[in-house]
Design a protein around this ligand. Structure first.
Ligand SMILES: NCc1[nH]cc(CCC(=O)O)c1CC(=O)O
Length: 308
């Protein structure tokens, strides 16, 4: 029986919070096991001056962590599910999906209460094509300005007056105890979150059965069904959180209700679809939903983004 588990983690405040959260859960379950963090810097942390969609490559925030797992330097990596690529390197896999925090996007501003309050021509900060597309569809007059960096950096740029408002994931602000900065949690007919947003996942070596058994109590089955459906949409569309794709699944009683959309970056065109079905079919529901989006012309919208 092992007496140590090493967690590979990025060193942003949010990544550390998430790794420490898993560490605390494991320590509570297994007082005899020593859980250690191993801090690492990823390419996504280093390149801060270009939009994520341009520096390209999926898994910008996870490659270095995965190398540590494959080399045996670390045992698990804790990820935000929306940043985790669909395919895993040989020998690695997702072992657990943890209970989801609030999955919405947050409207944060020092002057305005919500998107509809913004004056004409207001400047809104986000580097997410998904957020830009949905904002522009609703408010074609506002100007989207690129905004990167960790949560604190983004808030500082807002406070410095570079933007009238910014959009962040609610989950990140809640976890870092900055929910008081949120003016509105956005989730409605014109705005959906990214697949997996607000959920954490744990990756480890697929042959480490002992460890996988130890991790099993951290699995949250309801979250897992939802995130599996959402990720199936992204996988079918061959895009992740760097593409203008939104997808969101909720339970309606025993049934999964999944909505998704693909937009153009300028928000002038958008295709949407939704589907309901049994949770056991989470993955195929996501695939079917993506196929409906493709039938409505989603590929042309995605091709435009990848060409730019
Ligand atoms: N793309 C970066 C990222 N990845 C996960 C979160 C937030 C936490 C989560 O979704 O679980 C964020 C920050 C943001 O989008 O504001």
């Amino acid at each position: 029986m092992r007496n140590k588990i090493v967690i590979a983690t990025r060193e942003s405040q949010l990544a550390l919070w998430q790794a420490n959260n898993v560490k605390a859960s494991l320590e509570a379950l297994y007082p005899e096991i020593n859980v250690e963090l191993m801090g690492m810097t990823t390419k996504g942390d280093q390149i801060l001056d270009s939009p994520l969609s341009k520096i390209g490559g999926k898994g910008l925030f996870v490659k270095e962590l995965e190398k540590a797992l494959l080399d045996g330097e670390a045992d698990i990596a804790v990820h935000s599910m929306k940043d985790v690529p669909m395919e895993f390197p040989e020998g690695l896999g997702l072992s657990v999906i943890c209970e989801r925090e609030d999955p919405t996007d947050a409207f944060v501003s020092n002057r305005y209460d919500c998107i509809d309050d913004l004056p004409e021509g207001a400047i809104v900060g986000t580097s997410s094509l998904r957020r830009a597309s949905q904002l522009q569809m609703h408010r074609p007059d506002i100007e989207i300005k690129n905004l990167r960096g960790n949560v604190n950096t983004r808030l500082r740029k807002l406070d410095d007056g570079e933007y009238d408002a910014i959009i962040l994931a609610t989950a990140g602000l809640v976890r870092l105890e900055m929910a008081d900065r949120i003016k509105t949690r956005i989730l409605d007919t014109f705005s959906l979150p990214a697949g997996g947003q607000g959920a954490m996942g744990i990756e480890c070596r697929t042959n480490d059965e002992e460890l996988i058994n130890l991790l099993t109590p951290l699995q949250h089955q309801e979250t897992a069904y939802r995130v599996i459906a959402e990720r199936a949409v992204n996988k079918r569309l061959n895009g992740g959180c760097q593409a203008p794709i939104a997808c969101f699944a909720v339970f309606e009683g025993e049934e999964l209700y999944v909505r998704a959309l693909v937009g153009s970056t300028d928000g002038k065109r958008m295709v949407r679809s939704e589907i309901r079905g049994a949770k056991e079919h989470a993955e195929s529901l996501g695939v079917q939903l993506a196929d409906e989006l493709l039938a409505k012309g989603a590929q042309a919208l995605l091709d435009e983004v990848y060409q730019d």
